[in-house]
Design a protein around this ligand. Structure first.
Ligand SMILES: C[S@@+](CC[C@H](N)C(=O)[O-])C[C@H]1O[C@@H](n2cnc3c(N)ncnc32)[C@H](O)[C@@H]1O
Length: 292
């Protein structure tokens, strides 16, 4: 199956089977997911986040999935703000999840298609999406054509990781991405269990700098150490077992899943003529915000 079609189907199945995945945690102030979204975008309080959203008339959540981040943007923006979520595989689920929220709409759209009919936006938010398209740079530039003057775009893409972790990512993806949803999910059960067992150990290790395999010196929780440098085996105790499995599936199942460097992402912003106002790199990804 062609990569884009496989990736579309992979997300379609994921959202159909896990309609409210991470929805509550995303909206819960102080949860790991809530803090992760705010902090990496440069906001350290709800007040700062609200201020950032406050003057926007039109917001686009590009690649809205099941609508959890669209709901977050709605909660902290002004009552008058219009919010549009677009996604090529999750639109129906997002629409259902966002029913009843005023001034929120959802449309099925491909980020690589013609976006002209969407109009223009003061803020485009695009989290964990571009790296799942066949052309992340092209999709980014396409989104930038929808920015108002002085409009802002905030993106998050996966970072290129340590070499053994990159190898394991590609290897596991090659093993499961052709499997149908149920089988692929089932193959994530043991991997999820591994993440849980390592996490439950609550052991910390002090490791030296090992440049040949990209390990940075420091003290790590054992699960995070394995996760950062060797193998993604996600486990978040605040989520259900099924939700943790779905997050591991989400990582390994879609065939389109590129990883990037900060230099590369910055070059996209320069190409689009944007001024970078914020950049943040963690173990997993790259967050950049830029203004037209
Ligand atoms: C990992 S999910 C992230 C969803 C959401 N942004 C969030 O943070 O919860 C990636 C989403 O990107 C969507 N996607 C991937 N490629 C796309 C494309 N070419 N056009 C539109 N949506 C796309 C998928 O359908 C999926 O819902």
């Amino acid at each position: 199956m062609e990569n884009t079609e496989q990736t579309h189907n992979s997300f379609h199945d994921k959202w159909e089977q896990n309609r409210s995945l991470a929805f509550t945690e995303t909206l819960k102030e102080g949860s790991d997911i809530f803090n992760w979204i705010l902090n990496r975008n440069g906001f350290f309080s709800v007040i700062e986040f609200r201020q950032w959203l406050s003057k926007r008339e039109h917001i686009l959540d590009a690649g809205c999935g099941n609508g959890r981040v669209t709901a977050l943007l709605k909660k902290y923006s002004s009552l008058e703000t219009d919010i549009l979520g677009i996604d090529f595989a999750g639109a129906d689920v997002a629409r259902e999840n966002l029913t009843g929220l005023e001034r929120v709409r959802v449309q099925q759209k491909d980020l690589l298609g013609d976006l002209a009919d969407l109009g223009y936006f003061d803020l485009i938010y695009c989290q964990e999406v571009l790296h799942h398209t066949a052309d992340p740079r092209g999709a980014f530039l396409n989104l930038c054509t929808r920015l108002n003057d002085k409009g802002e775009i905030a993106i998050y893409v996966y970072k290129k990781k340590a070499p053994l972790r990159e190898y394991a990512d590609d290897y596991v993806r090659s093993q499961i991405s052709e499997l149908p949803y149920e089988k692929a999910m089932e193959s994530m059960r043991a991997l999820t269990e591994l993440g849980k067992i390592l996490s439950d150990l609550k052991i910390k290790v002090q490791v030296p700098h090992v440049p040949v395999i990209g390990i940075e010196a420091g003290e790590y929780e054992i699960q995070r150490f394995i996760y950062h440098f060797f193998l993604k085996c996600f486990w978040n105790p605040s989520l259900s077992y099924e939700d943790n499995m779905a997050i591991n599936y989400d990582w390994y199942h879609p065939q389109l899943c590129t990883r990037h460097t900060l230099e590369e992402v910055e070059s996209w912003f320069l190409e689009a003529g944007l001024k970078i106002v914020h950049r943040y790199v963690d173990y997993y990804g790259i967050t950049v915000r830029g203004i037209k």
